[in-house]
Ligand binder design. Structure first.
Ligand SMILES: Cc1ncc(COP(=O)(O)O)c(C=O)c1O
Length: 436
């Protein structure tokens, strides 16, 4: 590809100039493997970007998109409709925790988050609590890149350049304590970190706080697991103070942790649950915000001809996205994929933790089919992560993700034990190449 054609596309979350000097390009994908432009089979250790949960190139999904495009390419969901998003919503809520019975469709995780944040503030206003507007997030949290999402997010780099963030936000400390290194599954210590929310309530007053948003497992911030009992504590405190709880499950949704959603596995029911990615197996953009009935019902009042909420997207409930999501759900259900991460969890865990003997490994974290290996940083933070990512790609034919010096992994849920071993061997070989 010529330099000119590489230049026109400003790539997201990418060191563009460095990438374009040695582009990593894929040309096709099937099952657990990408094929790179130089014709190598690359084991996908990241499910694309935490989204291709059922593996690549699923014929059923491609056919669903093709047929839908021929049948009904587009119909708006503003004051008119078509069957698919209604059917999809009905099917999806069978998998969500009790009470999360309504779905607002978006195009992305960022929009799913923005929808939940706006609904939370609007709900309190409707209930007559118009001062309940503050939003609380958490350090290292990632909630997409819209202004609301980066305001409640806890990643400083994403806020650089922006002085126009939402003014009324706070952030809990991130839920990890020193001494939790190499925990297998959830760290046993740290549930009390949830009590910091009580301090924020004491400081601002519950009457001024609308919602708390957390990822049950923080992903893009480096893969951080909640301590045992921490999320339940957050739920207790939020209920006590009438603060709405939003679980951002954009990466943990659709089987990633061995249940349909992390909320199911952790047995905590939030007021909102945001999702995207695995909803369509990454094949087409779509997000979904699940909403508790009591919140939805609060809006459904007043004159019948009233538009209850002035919010939505041209492509909310897009027919092709909905058809793709339906086909994806067929696969998840037929192949029991929401349980497969649980079945593979011990193998995954033991394989990852076998890297503990390496001198440069600082911590290993895992749950379901999420895992991360944190390296001690060298002189420049992030260099070692990048070197491992590059070596895995160019020399080990394996795709992993570098978040600073943490290597994050989230393979498709169809991975088998020998492919897990292959992934971990690639990682071992790449870490061994680093200079201590
Ligand atoms: C937890 C979480 N929320 C929101 C988002 C944003 O999703 P999108 O990139 O589809 O806007 C992501 C993306 O990685 C995410 O991990």
């Amino acid at each position: 590809m010529s330099t000119t054609s590489l230049n026109a596309f400003w790539m997201p979350f990418t060191s563009n100039r460095q990438f374009k000097s040695a582009p990593k390009m894929m040309k096709s994908a099937k099952g657990m493997y990408y094929t790179s432009e130089d014709n190598r089979q690359i084991l996908d250790g990241t499910a694309g970007l935490w989204c291709v949960n059922a593996g690549h190139g699923r014929t059923q999904i491609a056919e669903a998109a093709y047929h839908q495009l021929q049948e009904l390419d587009f119909a708006s969901s503003f004051q008119m409709g078509h069957q698919l998003p209604f059917q999809l919503a009905e099917r999806l809520i069978k998998h969500t925790p009790k009470g999360l019975d309504h779905v607002f469709f978006t195009n992305s995780g960022s929009e799913a988050v923005e929808t939940a944040l706006k609904l939370a503030v609007a709900y309190h206003k409707l209930k007559g609590h118009s001062t309940k507007t503050r939003l609380i997030g958490r350090e290292k949290g990632y909630h997409g890149t819209n202004i609301g999402g980066i305001s409640v997010g806890g990643l400083d780099a994403n806020k650089k350049y922006f002085d126009c963030l939402l003014p009324q936000t706070d952030h809990l400390k991130h839920a990890w304590l020193p001494g939790s290194e190499f925990s297998k599954g959830l760290p046993s210590q740290g549930a009390e970190l949830a009590n910091e929310l009580e301090s924020l309530v004491a400081f601002h007053g519950a009457e001024n706080i609308a919602a708390l948003i957390v990822e049950p497992i923080a992903g893009a911030g480096g893969v951080w697991l909640p301590p045992e009992g921490y999320l339940k504590k957050l739920r207790e405190i939020t209920i006590k103070h009438d603060i709405l709880l939003i679980f951002d499950e954009v990466i943990t949704g659709y089987g990633r942790v061995g249940s349909a959603f992390a909320a199911n596995r952790f047995d905590v029911i939030p007021d909102f649950l945001t999702s995207a990615k695995g909803l369509t197996n990454g094949a087409i953009p779509m997000g979904a915000t699940f909403i508790q009935s009591h919140i939805h019902d609060a809006f459904m009042r007043g004159p019948q001809d009233l538009i209850e909420l002035y919010h939505g997207y041209t492509y909310s409930g897009h027919p092709v996205s909905a058809a793709v999501a339906m086909a994806t759900l067929d696969i998840y259900e037929e192949e029991n994929l929401f349980n497969s991460a649980l079945a593979l969890e011990v193998h995954w865990q033991e394989a990852l933790h076998s890297l503990k003997d390496l001198e440069l490994v600082k911590d290993i974290r895992n749950l379901g089919l999420i895992g991360s290996v944190e390296l001690y940083s060298g002189d420049n933070v992030g260099d070692r992560g990048k070197q491992v990512f590059n070596n895995c790609f160019w020399n080990e034919n394996t795709l992993v993700r570098a978040i600073g010096d943490t290597i994050a992994m989230s393979p498709p849920l169809i991975i088998n034990p020998s492919q897990i071993d292959q992934l971990v061997t690639a990682l071992r070989n790449s870490i061994l190449k680093l200079t201590p």
